[in-house]
Design a protein around this ligand. Structure first.
Ligand code: AMP
Length: 191
């Protein structure tokens, strides 16, 4: 199995690159943000529970997020592998994912962090909001999300670095160039 974590702050290009990678490597894309948004749209119990938290730019509690992620993995027993996009965002989530995969005789193959500076992120998301209309892309909410990233999520990197699983790719430039670099890292796992 090829299990990848595509890591990076909001606006780093995780969604765009994940879409390209899943078709090249035949993987299942699990974006916790997309799943939460689908629940909110469908007005499920989970959607109602998390809607305000997400609109405010805060992280959804670990217990809720981990349970949702495990359910999503279980929905895809035939998968050749997964791309985790937007998960894990805390060390507790990373630990839970490792444990869950281990219990299923699997593991994380590698973690690729897309490196993009804060100024570029702010510009990209301002543009994205014009199209997506996402409430949490508004300037004040985005500020909160970037704070969550640099306050909590960034600590996930040393967790994977200690396991020798972390690679970094420059996330600024042409989409195709970044995709080529990501593919090179992924191909190196099986080399
Ligand atoms: P994203 O689309 O990945 O930027 O996620 C949008 C929002 O969903 C985040 O700002 C959080 O409120 C919530 N969210 C997504 N993934 C997670 C996660 N792994 N842990 C906690 N909250 C999450």
């Amino acid at each position: 199995m090829l299990n990848l974590v595509l890591f990076g702050p909001p606006g780093a290009g995780k969604g765009t690159q994940s879409e390209k990678l899943i078709s090249k490597y035949n993987l299942v894309h699990i974006s916790t943000g997309d799943i939460f948004r689908a629940h909110i749209k469908g007005q499920t119990d989970l959607g109602k529970q998390v809607s305000q938290i997400i609109a405010d730019g805060n992280l959804v509690p670990d217990s809720i997020t981990i349970a949702m992620l495990e359910e999503e993995i279980n929905k895809n027993p035939q998968a050749k592998g997964f791309i985790f996009d937007g998960f894990p965002r805390t060390v507790a989530q990373a630990e839970a994912l490792d444990k869950f995969l281990k219990d299923n005789n699997s593991s994380i193959t590698g973690v690729i962090a897309l490196d993009v500076n804060e100024q570029e992120l702010t510009q990209r998301i301002a543009k994205r909001q014009e199209i997506s209309g996402r409430a949490d892309d508004a300037a004040d909410k985005l500020k909160k999300r970037i704070e969550e990233y640099f306050g909590k999520t960034i600590h996930v990197l040393p967790y994977y670095e200690a396991q020798g699983k972390l690679s970094k790719v420059n996330g600024i430039g042409e989409i195709e160039t970044i995709f080529t670099e990501l593919s090179q890292v992924i191909d190196s796992y099986s080399a």
